[in-house]
Unconditional design. Structure first.
Length: 223
């Protein structure tokens, strides 16, 4: 199979205006991926599926990813003049990375028996209804998995044939896989807080003042 660099170059030639970036993966899997711009995502996806040398006709899985704003501290060596002598010293630098949401697709060719090629689309705006183009019309297997990402991460896939919640109930208002999600202190089916639920609620609400003896007696009489 062609390298990602070759796939990127040919895709940009076949889809004029497409912006594709190779995203490295420093982890043990060492699987770099292709990051698409939203406007040309459908056209690039069709190229990957239909190109005779690629024929990426199967999408095995689609995954949601959430990164909050984060700061990364690293040590770098810089040259400085100390007492009129240039020396190399080690300094600590802090780099800021803004948060984003992503959808990541793993593609294989069942026809040519190769893969995976990993593609992704990214949203830097963590709005309640962040939007990406749906690729379910290119790979039918992405339909339910995009629904799951919509349900758990809040990414709305434009053009999806049946975008509705698949795990959470319709009235549920949040997205439990987002990293800034805060689990509720209680649930509809458990109306009275107790045990771990009660301890967790104490972290978010001020403790009630202790009643004195007379108030305790009055409270007991009212029960």
């Amino acid at each position: 199979m062609e390298s990602l660099e070759e796939i990127k170059a040919r895709a940009e030639t076949m889809v004029p205006g497409a912006k594709i970036e190779i995203v490295p993966n420093p982890g043990p899997a060492n699987q770099p991926s292709l990051l698409f711009d939203h406007e040309h995502a459908m056209a690039v996806a069709m190229f990957l599926r239909d190109d005779p040398a690629l024929k990426l006709d199967h999408c095995s899985n689609v995954t949601g990813v959430d990164w909050l704003d984060r700061k990364v501290t690293k040590k770098v060596k810089v040259k400085k003049v100390i007492e009129s002598v240039e020396k190399e010293v080690e300094e600590t630098q802090e780099e800021f990375f803004p948060g984003y949401l992503e959808a990541v697709y793993h593609l294989f060719s069942m026809t040519l028996k190769h893969g995976p090629v990993i593609i992704r689309m990214r949203i830097t705006d963590r709005a309640r209804e962040a939007r990406l183009p749906s690729l379910a019309s290119i790979w039918r297997s992405a339909e339910f998995q995009e629904r799951e990402i919509f349900d758990l991460y809040g990414i709305r896939f434009d053009g999806h044939p049946d975008l509705r919640r698949i795990l959470m109930w319709d009235e549920f208002e949040d997205f439990p896989m987002r990293k800034d999600y805060r689990e509720p202190d209680d649930y509809e089916y458990e109306p009275t807080p107790h045990d771990e639920v009660l301890e967790k609620a104490k972290e978010h609400y001020p403790a009630r003042p202790q009643l004195d003896g007379a108030e305790n007696l009055t409270a007991a009489q009212q029960q």
